[in-house]
Design a protein around this ligand. Structure first.
Ligand code: ADP
Length: 449
């Protein structure tokens, strides 16, 4: 097992990894930018090193600075968290050639599955159901029009290297497609330094259901149930739950086995997620694989009673998974809401600033994964998520009641947050019936005012 791990990330996920390390008897090392100096998670880590100025390009995304810190701290592994360098195959390679374990899949598996177009190609080869669309990247707008005419509108143009809801454009007709194609391409070139795009059929109002995978280096792949992440805004998740309200044991087994088969074909190891869209009839279509731990992983930890970060670290260290498929039973119901420092009434404008007062809910079945405290100043440089509030109960109904109760206790002062929106969702009649889709927040809930 590793004796010291460097965490190439910040905020709540850095703290989550520090916590797993401590429980495993592993020393943790954080790196931080000048904007994060004094961050509460840095005090909890065993060591912390400043690696550069606030812009991520000069700190959290700067491979040479991170590797320099890794050498000084003399670590034997690096955990990339999510975002930043977590799906960067080159970074995984640099770690490998420096004799430091990368806590994630191999560079080859990242290249194969981390790119949406090549993941689509592999999925086609192994018989995973996909929405109709291109097999390769689309070179120009005329080719895009040709494909759209074949598969029918609406279509979605997606950046192969995309993530975080960026580099995607939906088109209901030819004019929108030409514009969307060019916009997606230029957005991808700037955001991901890769302007490759492809086109697929756009499903109207599906559910987003994803399968959590964990695989070791000894050929064992386990799926830890699903998460339903249909409540989104601008293709970004806001609320996640497990099990999915539409799930049946049969569909779970089918989706789990499909995801495992794809991971196996890619030689996948450690933690990953296969994302699918599910239509009203219960047909599922593969979308992409996130080759890293995800923000919403605790939802699965609660319903399967696993520690996914621990399992991920064990798998990267070459150990066997601490559980088998037969051990993983989905029980109870978990819900996560993302608490973002954003002004919901002002087009979700990020609201960085100082937290002047804070009361964190607790009590039975409540989990709070966050790095914030009173007096902490949220820097404007990074993501606006400041914490994840989770609840767990026997049934979905009781989990919703518990989330309402927890949200009613929550007090964060000094910055605006998404708490009022989450309260509205927890009281929404359709959400309570489990009757929502990926367009629900924008088309219904926010449209209602
Ligand atoms: P990202 O990597 O940026 O998160 P994804 O491929 O995971 O992008 O898609 C994010 C969301 O975009 C999905 O959860 C879904 O709401 C929407 N989406 C993506 N592809 C389609 C599609 N073909 N039809 C309908 N919605 C889609």
């Amino acid at each position: 097992m590793f004796s010291k791990i460097l965490i190439a990330n910040r905020g709540e996920i850095a703290l989550r990894i520090v916590r797993a390390c401590r429980e495993m008897g592993i020393k943790s090392v954080c790196v931080y930018s000048e904007a994060d100096r004094g961050g509460p998670w840095l005090e909890i880590a065993d060591e912390a090193y400043c690696i550069g100025p606030p812009p991520s390009a000069k700190s959290y995304l700067d491979i040479s600075r991170i590797m320099a810190a890794a050498e000084i701290a003399d670590v034997d592994a690096i955990h990339p968290g999510y975002g930043f360098l977590s799906e960067n195959a080159h970074f995984a390679e640099v770690c490998q050639s420096s004799g430091i374990a990368f806590i994630g899949p191999s560079p080859e598996a990242i290249r194969l599955l981390g790119n949406k177009a090549s993941a689509r190609a592999l999925a086609t080869k192994v018989g995973v159901p996909l929405l109709p669309g291109t097999k390769d990247l689309v070179e120009n707008e005329n080719d895009a029009i040709g494909i759209a005419n074949e598969i029918g509108y609406p279509v979605i143009v997606k950046a192969a290297a995309g993530g975080g809801g960026r580099g995607m454009r939906v088109a209901h007709n030819e004019i929108a497609l030409v514009n969307g194609f060019l916009q997606a391409k230029s957005e991808a070139a700037i955001a991901f330094k890769d302007d490759g795009v492809y086109v697929e059929k756009y499903l109207e109002r599906p559910r987003h259901v994803e399968i959590q995978l964990i695989a070791d280096q000894h050929g064992s792949i386990v799926y830890c149930g699903e998460r339903d992440c249909s409540l989104q805004r601008r293709h970004q998740k806001l609320v996640e739950e497990a099990p999915s309200p539409i799930m049946t044991p049969e569909l779970r087994r089918k989706m789990g086995e499909t995801a495992s088969m794809l991971a196996k074909a890619a030689g996948y190891t450690t933690a990953g997620t296969a994302e699918f869209l599910v239509d009203k009839k219960g047909n599922f279509y593969f979308m992409e694989v996130n080759t890293r731990i995800q923000v919403e992983h605790p939802v699965s930890e609660l319903v399967t009673r696993t520690d996914l970060i621990r399992a991920q670290i064990m798998a990267a260290a070459g150990e066997k998974l601490p559980f088998t498929q037969a051990d993983v039973e989905v029980r109870g119901h978990a819900i996560e809401v993302r608490i973002n420092a954003e002004d919901v009434d002002n087009n979700f404008r990020p609201c960085p600033g100082k937290i002047t007062d804070l009361f964190i809910p607790g009590g039975p079945g409540v989990r709070w994964d966050s790095h914030i405290k009173v007096g902490y100043t949220i820097p404007p440089n990074y993501d606006s998520m400041i914490g994840k509030l989770l609840v767990f109960a026997d049934t979905r109904e009781r989990a919703i009641a518990r989330m309402r109760r927890a949200l009613s206790e929550f007090k964060i002062e000094g910055v605006k947050t998404t708490i009022p929106l989450h309260m509205k969702i927890m009281h929404d009649a359709n959400f309570n019936k489990g009757d929502v889709d990926t367009g629900y927040i924008e088309n219904v809930l926010l449209a209602k005012g």
